[in-house]
Design a protein around this ligand. Structure first.
Ligand code: BGC
Length: 393
């Protein structure tokens, strides 16, 4: 399937996962103080803070035309009210460099991490933190709003609300239903605020909510249960995306949901290093659902796999099958604007540390040398041809 010229072929990273030494952030502190929940500290990560030029050049040379990355609130405002001009300038240089290379950018303003001071004050359920975040959004929209074509302001708010406010595995480590509900409401409000702030600065910017979606498959009798799960995980956010320019779909697997309990992954299918079932077909269902719920064009802002043992052949097969889903959706008439693979680099996978490897490019973290995997070349070539495989067994 030959695609239109504007189709976005990208890879994504996020600041904390690749930059290194993000010492003013809540996650840095979490890694130091919660070894029970964190496999290892992020440390230097991929030193992308310094090596971004080289990494973007690799991305471009592989054949991609788009880079999704995030700016770090904890660097821009390391203490409440203290704005680092130098950090803002750093991100301006990144955006300039991306464009100089011919890459379109998708900019995220919050990807899981907050400054320590914000999390100590209670996180997003605290009214003062919400107000501080609004001021940060206004600042970043003013300074950087005109410098990126696309924005996904808050990355996967549903995952932060779940892990940070209901399960207690992400900062701020809260774990009640009320906290999750309050965080969910806060994120929905803040998403709209961010969209308005960006549009005020750059009416031409395209803004979309980036949502972690799962292909929830109800077993007989579990329709109501799935509806309840979807309500708090997806539907409330899909509703707050009305008024956006696109919906950012981020999808990794499916969940088969029986009326009670949790069904383990299908033993017929291999697990990923994350423990998920390898199920690339989930992407098609999530694209359809996101579009049906919002009426918006879809941009796949994350999709990818960390195969067991980093078996790159498994990654190649996964991506080709996921792309076949994109092709099918487009053939059905759905507007799909692009496909962004997670991730450009092997990086810091939150609680699990560096073990799961999602990257198209490996990183030897003792030398910071980059090693290009075959999957990078394969996907880059597809991007360059601008053609989607329509059926792969
Ligand atoms: C997140 C990334 C994460 C990836 C793989 C997404 O939920 O946005 O930060 O690394 O999934 O687990």
């Amino acid at each position: 399937l030959k695609l239109g010229d504007g189709f976005l072929w990208g890879c994504a990273t996020s600041a904390h996962q690749v930059e290194g030494n993000n010492v003013a952030s809540d996650w840095w502190e979490w890694e130091q103080t919660r070894p029970d929940l964190c496999a290892e500290p992020s440390g230097d990560a991929c030193d992308h803070y310094h090596l971004y030029g080289q990494d973007m050049a690799i991305l471009r040379a592989l054949g991609f035309n788009c880079y999704r990355f995030s700016v770090e609130w904890a660097r821009i405002e390391p203490e409440k009210g203290l704005v680092s001009r130098a950090a803002l300038d750093h991100y301006k240089r990144m955006l300039d460099e991306a464009h100089r290379l011919g890459l379109v950018t998708i900019l995220t303003l919050h990807h899981f991490t907050s400054p320590r001071w914000a999390t100590r004050a209670g996180g997003f359920t605290d009214i003062g933190v919400k107000d501080a975040f609004k001021r940060y959004l206004e600042l970043v929209a003013r300074e950087l709003g005109g410098m990126s074509e696309y924005f996904t302001p808050i990355n996967e708010p549903n995952i932060v609300a779940l892990a940070g406010y209901r399960m207690g595995t992400f900062p701020p480590g809260k774990a009640t239903k009320e906290d999750r509900r309050a965080a969910t409401a806060a994120f929905c409000e803040l998403h709209g605020f961010a969209r308005d702030a960006i549009k005020a600065s750059n009416p031409a910017a395209r803004v979309g909510l980036s949502l972690s979606m799962t292909d929830y498959q109800p077993m007989p009798g579990a329709e109501d249960r799935v509806a309840r799960i979807r309500e708090i995980m997806e539907d409330v956010y899909l509703a707050s995306a009305r008024g956006d320019d696109f919906i950012g779909v981020q999808c990794y697997t499916r969940d088969r949901v029986p009326p009670s309990g949790v069904l383990p992954p299908d033993p017929e299918r291999p697990l990923t290093e994350m423990g998920y079932e390898t199920y690339p077909e989930a992407l098609g269902a999530c694209i359809r659902r996101a579009h049906a719920a919002t009426g918006l064009p879809v941009l796949v802002t994350e999709n990818g796999i960390a195969p067991v043992g980093d078996d790159d052949e498994v990654r190649i097969a996964f991506v080709r099958r996921a792309l076949a889903e994109v092709a099918r959706a487009i053939q059905e008439g759905l507007p799909v604007w692009g496909y962004v693979y997670w991730s450009l680099l092997d990086n810091f996978e939150w609680n699990l540390g560096y073990r799961p490897r999602f990257g198209l490019v490996a990183v030897d973290r003792s030398s910071q040398r980059r090693v290009i995997k075959r999957s990078a070349v394969e996907l880059g070539a597809i991007a360059l041809r601008n053609e989607l495989p329509d059926e792969i067994g």
